[in-house]
Design a protein around this ligand. Sequence first.
Ligand code: 5AD
Ligand code: SF4
Length: 485
Amino acid sequence: MGTLIDVRLEALAGRGAPAFSPELIAGAAIAACDTPTQSCRTRDPAAALDARTFYLETFGCQMNAHDSEKVAGFLLGRGYRQVETPGEAQLVLYNTCSIREKAAQKVFARLGDMKIMQGTGKWIGVLGCLAQQEGEEIFERAPWVSLVCGSASYRNLPGLLADLEGGNQRVAGLDTDTDETFETELTRRDNPVRGYVTIIEGCDKSCAYCVVPSTRGPERSRPSASVIEEVRQLADSGFTEIQFLGQTVNSYRDPSSRRMSFAELLAAAAGVAGIRRVRFTTSHPRDFGRDIVEAIDATPQLCEHVHLPVQSGSTRVLRAMRRTYTREEYLEIVAMLKSARRAISLTTDIIVGFPGETDADFEETLSLMDVVQYDGAFTFAFSPRPSTDALRLPGAVPEEEKTARLAILMQRQREIQQARNAALVGETFEVLTDGASRREGQWAGRTSSNRVVNFASAGPVLLGEYVPVRITKAGPNSLVGERVI
Ligand code: 5AD
Ligand code: SF4
């Protein structure tokens, strides 16, 4: 895969160097710009003081990480250069998360640290969900901040930045009333082997616990031709795996006259020359149709993995959460996935301690986990968030109870994963190598089902190489194997 395959991980590991050399990370995507981290570290320190420098730190989910890739691409295209520390940068950006209170607290702590930058003439910017949630109040709370911008306003970044460059002290982009998506000519790619492609932004669901509809705005899908063009560009620059992103990715509605369905879009991406793997996340059960399963069955390039958040196993709690499906309806989708010809792995998100959740409701979540046998689960204690409907619900579950339920849930899921992974010992999987393993002398990668595999190899292994690996050992969170010659 173009420049990527020239990297011998063995050599990198031997030098004790980071697993990836940034020069190799983005292939052609970064070749066009004055690039990234590693080269910046070795620059003349005097040069680091130039006005067109930025530092960007990201908090939160995959969508935020990819938004940061796009913001970085936009800045690089504008002649900015990325630096390693806030101290070196003229523009210091935090792309923030507010999904749970802890995430928001972490951001506020970081902004507090930035007080020492007051009066230095730097521009400190807060992007993302916390920016949208707190709005211009951030200027009151942290007067050293000069830019506040939510993700639905990123398309206005050129104007906002021009205002800053023109001497404006405080600029804000907080409009969420839009039908546009954020598209950049250049996207700086941080993941060496997986190219992310946003196909839908925002969220029109209204789950009672969730800030996303208010922080990311309404659902906006990209025209299918623009999505496929980006996939083509990624393939041309050496990526063989892509991942479609969206808060509710399968709610995709092609706004163009082609009217491609989500399943058709998946198949079209899989058909792009050079693409060997297509993933997508996150799916919402309400819009999860049989056509998606049929597409996965019919198209080997579509990965055999679906992330389908259930949130609770109790219909009563699901109704209070406004998830729009019952336990039974969710299990019907699971049955459909399990009846597929391919072994589609299934992962989920679960919240415990939602207001009103009783012991019996919690038991239903545990029993659902037993029935479904997830291959992975992200589990969370309910965290009350500003401007969400759950704030008004009675029956708050005490923190100790939430913690206790979370521990039980995690232990149960760990046992399930251990058993499911153990059943794979002796099988051989194609692994896409994405780095050196933390285990000495080994490499790491992922199967089509998104399982992490650490493996040994007699010969050299290339970054981005597909390697057949026989599984010899299984843990709850990863597999161990040997390259099959
Ligand atoms: N409290 C706890 N977990 C939450 N999530 C979203 N909002 C909250 C909240 N207020 C979880 C959901 C979602 C995942 C991304 O984060 O499980 O699927
Ligand atoms: Fe939040 Fe629900 Fe939308 Fe997911 S579907 S982003 S949980 S509101």
